[in-house]
Design a binder for this molecule. Structure first.
Ligand code: UDP
Length: 376
């Protein structure tokens, strides 16, 4: 079968942020790309659609946040952001706490009112748990940072259902994604720039891909004709799972998946906040999003509420999170080394690089790849 009938310079596998930025930048330089996407839509996990004027994030809440001015300016070329600041609540068996871990949380948990009292409380719990050395896993890291009470009520249950394994078997970096601060500040992120696009994320991709030099084919699986694609295109940008690219020859990398259940209500406000986390072990979902609270433009009288359920990953399900524990990191290094020998393929994105990337990190990685490719 002939695929490269238009003499494309690039075949890009995946229409998520990495592939789309690459195609956009290639087009700016007069290069032609064909993007093939297994799913029926562009935008990868950033894809959003509108219901009752509300932007629904089909693959879970996406809040753009970054300290990288270059990335922030870059994404702002394609859209306007609404200034949304993420402030998450935790519901533990009916008790409500502010996240991330800050003076409001410490007050709610212990009644302490000053940073000094909060530090003393955490230090006492950390010592009682016998934790003085370098934390060896997520549990030890969490207790060292915020003590046993918060670990037990707000972290253990959520983490173990989110990842499907014990907190003692998870890498400590995962919990360091969340700020710990001794001020009364509920901003979920520490970054300087933050927001959600006024018109949803899909519009960003529509703009990125509008060039005549870019063709997009959705619902096309690279693996149906992998060898032909590789033979016919001078260069391939691959953003799928790296282990699948190599036919799992060293074994399968592990991923964690999630699924979503949405309901529409004739109401303006069901839960009063964009995100509420359910941090006990028994509730089967981890968080509930009410999308209208992410933007301000929703139609009156309707609200859409979505529950997020973690689930095991298998080949028929979407791979959301790489599991960057030692076994998988070691396995990834083997695939990465193998990838170094494939001259005409660039591997990128959350799945191609097996990294727990935030959106800004994917943007940054794509821009770096563009630099390497075109400033040679
Ligand atoms: N986490 C937790 N309790 C919470 C929220 C997060 O224990 O209420 C832990 C959990 O292990 C999670 C990690 O912190 O996987 C990172 O949370 P984040 O909100 O950054 O996860 P994401 O939005 O990427 O799924």
């Amino acid at each position: 079968m002939e695929f490269n009938t238009k003499n494309y310079d690039y075949l890009i596998v995946g229409a998520g942020p990495y592939g789309s930025i690459f195609a956009y930048e290639a087009a700016k330089r007069g290069k032609r790309s064909l993007i093939i996407e297994r799913r029926a839509h562009i935008g990868g996990n950033m894809y959003t659609h509108k219901e009752h004027g509300i932007n629904i994030h089909d693959f879970g809440a996406h809040i753009f946040h970054t300290d990288n001015k270059e990335v922030w300016d870059y994404v702002n070329q394609f859209t306007e952001f609404n200034g949304y600041i993420n402030q998450v609540l935790a519901d533990y068996k009916g008790e409500l706490y502010n996240l991330p871990f800050n003076m409001n949380t410490f007050y709610q948990m212990w009644g302490v009112k000053t940073p000094e009292e909060a530090v003393a409380k955490i230090e006492e719990q950390k010592l009682a748990a016998g934790l003085t050395g370098t934390p060896r896993n997520l549990e030890e890291q969490a207790i060292s940072l915020i003590g046993t009470d918060i670990y037990t009520k707000l972290i253990k249950g959520y983490t173990e259902k989110q990842w499907g394994r014990k907190a003692t078997e998870l890498p400590s970096f995962i919990i360091r994604r969340l700020p710990v601060r001794y001020t009364f500040d509920n901003n979920y992120f520490n970054h300087r720039y933050q927001g959600v696009p006024v018109d949803g994320y899909t519009a960003i991709f529509e703009k990125m891909l509008e060039s005549e030099l870019i063709d997009v084919q959705t619902s096309v699986d690279f693996f149906e004709h992998k060898d032909d694609y590789l033979a016919e295109f001078p260069k391939v940008v691959y953003t799928g799972m790296i282990d699948q690219f190599f036919d799992y020859k060293f074994g399968e990398l592990e991923y964690r998946s999630v699924r979503f259940e949405s309901e529409t209500f004739e109401s303006d406000n069901k839960q009063g906040n964009a995100v509420i986390n359910y941090t006990d072990a028994e509730t089967p979902f981890t968080r509930v999003m009410e999308w209208r609270h992410f933007d301000q433009k929703a139609d009156e009288g309707y609200t859409v509420v979505t529950k997020e359920y973690p689930q095991d990953w298998e080949r028929t399900k979407e791979a959301y999170y790489p599991v960057n524990d030692e076994r998988n990191s070691e396995l990834f290094r083997k695939y990465r080394k193998e990838a170094d020998n494939v001259q005409n393929v660039i591997f990128g994105g959350r799945l191609g690089n097996y990294q727990y990337y935030d959106m800004d990190q994917v943007f940054n990685a794509a821009l770096k790849a563009v630099e390497r490719e075109f400033n040679k």
